[in-house]
Design a protein around this ligand. Sequence first.
Ligand code: KIV
Length: 295
Amino acid sequence: MSENKPAGAPASRVTVPRLLRMKQSGERIAMVTAYDATFARMIDEGGADILLVGDSLGMVVQGLDTTLPVTVDEMVYHCRAVSRGARRALVVGDMPFLSAQITPEEALRNAGRFLSEGGAHAVKLEGGRSAAPTVRRLVDAGIPVMGHVGLLPQSVHAMGGFRVQGKTEDAAARILDDAHAIAEAGAFSVVLEGVPSDLAAQVTRELGVPTIGIGAGPECDGQVLVCYDLLGLTPDLKPKFAELYAEGRDAVARYCSEVRAGSFPSEEHGFGKVKREESADAPEPPARTGYGPQA
Ligand code: KIV
């Protein structure tokens, strides 16, 4: 974070122009997905520059096999929660399947909801050259747009599964062209998902806006991870940074056995006894039964 404030001062919000300056100065961009206020607050405090409210929430939160059934209403709801938890990071809302593909006007109406109702600062949409007129329409209306090319989860059926894209010379040339078209249409950044590292490096060299990679090698201007994967909450994925799934499961197992043994809650976790006459006027401490962060 090169634009840090002195210790103790609130960190200033990451903005679109600041992300462009980060590309120019070679400062890497860290983006992480978030879907609710508590995770948003934790990831923001951890220093992520961008919080992406990804439609991946269909898979990690809703338990779906693909992102296709996720709706604009659901995305806006999660954006509202995330933007309440984010203090410093730029919040980007992901436009779900068919919310940006039908007409640029419909895309504009949907994108506007992410900003006006969801509190997001920008939107992301999947697609290459064919999505460029939509990107232009949104940008002209003052909505910052992040593009997304390469492996497109919303096109999972057309791609025949979640497969690495751009492996032949022709396919790589199409992805390069897609990235250029989206950047020329005014996108402030482009996600490169599931493409060979040398292709991602070439796109990164050629574009004037930052590339954010996921499964695209180390030479992008930034990286993005789904927070459940980063935190080790995805059971089948080898965790690298944390193992919260195993820790959470073990914590629940300890809780269950203490409840069954009658050792939780103990007196210290309770709220004492009914007030009898002599203590009836004593001030009451606030009751905290849980429910996450509270002011
Ligand atoms: O939906 C999502 O989380 C995404 C990222 C993985 C880029 O699109």
